[in-house]
Design a protein around this ligand. Structure first.
Ligand code: ADP
Ligand code: MG
Length: 325
């Protein structure tokens, strides 16, 4: 089983940033409103994620780290309309098979917390352990038992950069969640929780004052679609490909067709040849989008891709044209 998990880890766990992503998404699925992320050596030495979510019952701990035991998918039909971020039940077993892993948790109504440790896939006993409400997952020495994978890890700064980039992406989508990050014992980033959907403050904290000041706010609905967010105006000088954030139903995605629509609208109306900077959220009935194309879930397949392309294009074109009038 450890081997199967390690093979799965090849898909799910590419580098420390993928571990952070899986663990933070689990925390969000558990309803966390505050998440602490402590890292050492770019996450290679340590990734510790603590949340204030619902927690796990002690007897559920071994299940959480068993392959597919927790899959939320009972049938293929369930694949449509999955609301939680995780649904395959393979992230924790995969991560635990290639690290020194510990998970501690307590639910609000339980008197005691509990912990379980896994070392390179070898699962220990559940033991009592005091813990505030919520869950802490510790992942130490990633790939310690898979030298071939460890070899592909990059410099501390590079790995940290991937983690920070992913967190920025998340911070934009979840302004209601407080995020704190530390690296090698020093606090490095902090986003305060704020319930407004993508408040100016969060935009500011994440992409900088320049962007926030020059961003055009968009919010448009039609044909069962909604597009909202921000696109930088020509006064924004740092417009570049690394500030293109696109979300579908709250998940960060990459989609050529939508990216093309944005770029096209930008080029048509105003700024030919320049890369637009944007943070855009597309909302639609989850049954109109298949999120199961890739395990990392960055890519999606829209049922009516052409319609979505045109909706995004027309919405942005109209909004941008108006700033010019
Ligand atoms: P998935 O998220 O696809 O269900 P995971 O392997 O990521 O699978 O997690 C397995 C299960 O462990 C989850 O379904 C959830 O029940 C539980 N779990 C994991 N992390 C947390 C957490 N931070 N808080 C509460 N429950 C968690
Ligand atoms: Mg998960």
């Amino acid at each position: 089983d450890t081997l199967i998990n390690q093979i799965a880890a090849g898909e799910v766990v590419e580098r420390p940033a993928s571990v952070v992503k899986e663990l933070v998404e689990n925390a969000l699925d558990a309803g966390a409103l505050r998440i602490d992320i402590d890292l050492e050596e770019g996450g290679v030495r340590l990734i510790r994620i603590r949340d204030d979510g619902a927690g796990i019952a002690p007897e559920q701990l071994p299940l959480a780290i068993s392959r597919h035991a927790t899959s939320k998918i009972a049938s293929l039909d369930d694949l449509e309309g999955v609301a939680t971020l995780g649904f395959r039940g393979e992230a924790l077993p995969s991560i635990a098979s290639v690290s020194r892993f510990a998970m501690s948790s307590r639910r609000a109504d339980d008197g005691h917390g509990a912990t379980i440790e896994v070392e390179g896939g070898r699962v220990g006993e559940v033991a009592p352990r005091p813990h505030p409400q919520g869950t802490t997952v510790e992942v130490r020495d990633l790939f310690f038992n898979v030298p071939a994978r460890r070899k592909f890890l990059r410099a501390e700064r590079t790995e940290l950069g991937h983690i920070e980039e992913w967190l920025r992406q998340l911070a934009l989508a979840r302004p209601d969640v407080e995020l704190r990050m530390s690296h090698n014992g020093k606090p490095s980033r902090r986003w305060k929780g704020d319930s407004d959907l993508l408040s100016d403050v969060r935009l500011h904290e994440t992409l900088g004052e320049e962007f926030a000041r020059n961003a055009l706010h968009v919010d448009h609905e039609g044909a069962g679609l909604r597009l909202h967010g921000w696109i930088a105006q020509p006064s924004y000088n740092r417009a570049s490909a690394d500030q293109q954030y696109l979300y579908c139903n709250g998940r960060a995605i990459r989609d050529r067709s939508v990216a093309h629509a944005v770029k096209q609208a930008y080029a048509d109306v105003l700024f030919h040849g320049r890369q637009p900077a944007y943070v855009l959220f597309l909302e639609l009935d989850p049954r109109r989008v298949d999120v199961n194309v890739h395990p990392a879930k960055h890519e999606v397949r829209f049922r009516d891709s052409r319609l979505i392309h045109d909706f995004v294009y027309r919405t942005l074109q109209a909004a941008l044209a108006e700033t010019r009038a």
